[in-house]
Design a protein around this ligand. Structure first.
Ligand code: 6PG
Length: 240
């Protein structure tokens, strides 16, 4: 059964998630030289990134030992308002002492297919032959059940070999770069962050409905190492 934690409201969801992730960073760095995390775009995690940038949390993290990756990206330049990297750089990375070389972004500004090849090479160079890619992989879930840029009806949902794919997503009318299930599921810990009443129906379908990853791509996330942790607020979890 998935591990679901329901927090009373969004503020307490964000505070819980910030503390949880920070504690995982501290615990990881007590036994390993680096901590790796894949972050997601979208609106839900923005206040989380802002929270992690505050002194209360930022001072607990040894940023020189943290490597940040991205679960997906929109194929736009970093300065474009749709850029997930741009948002995360603005809300978090620009406020903490993380070395530039520790930020491993998907290059949304170049030809999508080339950006996917490049990122896969970077991931394989960084992680080598390990069967674990990230210490933490933070994911969101769309109200259509997508996660990262694995949208309903797209071939990327069923990719089993490649770690990174570029595809045009008709639903959002844009090219996207996305990690694939093999890469997303290779994290030591996958954390879904879901908030708002608009997600309640889909969250129930994804967690308690029939297994139909073609329609509900978040269901394709079955982490290799441990059950995904779903951190949701009461509005999103009201039907569970
Ligand atoms: C993105 C994310 C995407 C997001 C969901 C939920 O780039 O948009 O990777 O998967 O997590 O769309 O987005 P919200 O948090 O805005 O609802």
């Amino acid at each position: 059964m998935p591990d679901v934690r329901i927090l009373p409201d969004k503020d307490r969801l964000i505070a819980f998630t910030a503390d949880y992730i920070t504690s995982v960073v501290e615990a990881t760095l007590s036994t390993k030289p680096v901590f790796t995390i894949a972050l997601s775009g979208g609106s839900t995690p923005r206040p989380l990134y802002e929270c992690l940038a505050t002194a209360e949390y930022a001072q607990r993290i040894t940023w020189s030992k943290v490597h940040v990756f991205f679960g997906d990206e929109r194929c736009v330049p970093p300065e474009h308002p749709d850029s997930s990297y741009g948002m995360i750089q603005d809300k978090l990375l620009s406020s903490v002492p993380i070395p530039a070389e520790n930020i491993h972004r998907l290059r949304g500004e170049i030809v999508p297919a080339q950006a996917a090849i490049e990122y896969e090479q970077e991931l394989r160079r960084f992680f080598g032959a390990s069967d674990t890619l990230f210490d933490v992989n933070l994911l969101g879930m769309g109200d259509d059940g997508h996660t990262a840029s694995l949208f309903p009806g797209t071939a990327a949902i069923h990719e089993r070999e490649k770690w990174v794919m570029a595809h045009h997503v008709e639903k959002v009318k844009m090219w996207r770069l996305t990690l694939t299930p093999p890469a997303l599921n290779a994290a030591l810990q996958v954390i879904f962050l879901v908030s708002g009443a608009g997600k309640a129906t889909m969250l129930k379908r994804v967690l308690q409905g029939d297994y139909q990853p073609e329609n509900y791509p978040s269901q394709i996330i079955k982490p290799v190492h441990r059950e995904a942790l779903w951190l949701v607020d009461a509005d999103a979890g009201r039907l569970l």
